[in-house]
Design a protein around this ligand. Structure first.
Ligand SMILES: Nc1ncnc2c1ncn2[C@@H]1O[C@H](COP(=O)(O)OP(=O)(O)OP(=O)(O)O)[C@@H](O)[C@H]1O
Ligand SMILES: Cc1cn([C@H]2C[C@H](O)[C@@H](COP(=O)(O)O)O2)c(=O)[nH]c1=O
Length: 213
């Protein structure tokens, strides 16, 4: 039986990685084969593309180049890691996926929505997640968390507040359009509470023999 593809989406600092790692440990404890990966990156080629994409010095990058680089990293990840893992019956937890491209490059950067969708259909061979957890967070709280974390801001994090506001709203619009796939979570809640909501939702998700129960 094919494994599940679970994605985590949301604005900067929403807690995606925190929840992805907890979910991985939770599934492992239940003997469910699982891998965690992230975008951009997740493969040696993807990690090199990630460095270019997030380099704060790469401010001259055109939007078309940006769209294609995210899609190239994703294509490599899908071909090298995600599809083989799903085929082997593993659950794949992916920190960001196509929704991030639609939201950042189409809503945030105001690129052509249909073009972004089309390029990504090709990049993924139309592989759609089984479940997407959208961790929704106000900008100010994301900013506060990132400051607390203390890393230097990357090229995307350096974009203006209006960009990041469009990103937040874009995610919510996508979730409204595909309620059967998205589960929207209030990421201002404590990590334990957010995690309980994810596992609560996941146990309800039927998947063939339902190895997630
Ligand atoms: N629910 C929460 N409440 C408060 N702080 C949190 C919560 N979840 C995560 N954090 C903290 O916020 C910071 C960002 O968390 P994390 O790296 O998981 O977010 P992210 O969405 O993956 O970030 P990025 O968008 O940069 O990849 C970390 O310092 C983490 O400990
Ligand atoms: C997959 C993807 C990501 N982005 C942006 C979102 C973030 O600003 C960075 C990734 O960094 P993170 O530490 O993993 O949050 O890249 C994007 O603009 N488009 C995409 O497709």
């Amino acid at each position: 039986m094919r494994g599940l593809l679970i994605t985590l989406e949301g604005p900067e600092g929403a807690g995606k990685t925190t929840q992805a790692l907890r979910l991985k440990a939770y599934l492992e404890a239940r003997k469910i084969p699982v891998i965690h990966t992230r975008e951009p990156g997740g493969t040696p080629i993807g990690d090199r593309i990630r460095e270019i994409l997030l380099d704060p010095q790469a401010s001259e990058m055109s939007l078309r180049a940006e769209i294609l680089l995210y899609a190239a990293s994703r294509a490599q990840l899908v071909d090298q890691l995600i599809r083989p893992a799903l085929k082997a019956g593993k659950t794949v937890i992916c920190d960001r996926y196509v929704d991030s491209s639609i939201v950042y490059q189409a809503y945030g950067a105001e690129g052509d929505h249909e073009e972004v969708v089309e390029v990504n259909r090709m990049a993924t061979g139309a592989l759609v997640p089984d479940r997407t957890y959208l961790l929704d967070l106000p900008l100010e709280e994301g900013d506060r968390r990132l400051k607390e974390r203390g890393n230097r801001k990357d090229r995307m994090e350096l974009k203006e507040a209006a960009f990041h506001q469009r990103v937040r709203e874009g995610f919510l619009k996508l979730a409204q359009k595909a309620p059967e796939r998205f589960c929207v979570l209030d990421a201002t809640e404590a990590p334990d509470q957010v995690f309980q909501r994810i596992t609560g939702d996941l146990t309800k998700l039927q998947h063939g023999g339902s190895d997630l129960k």
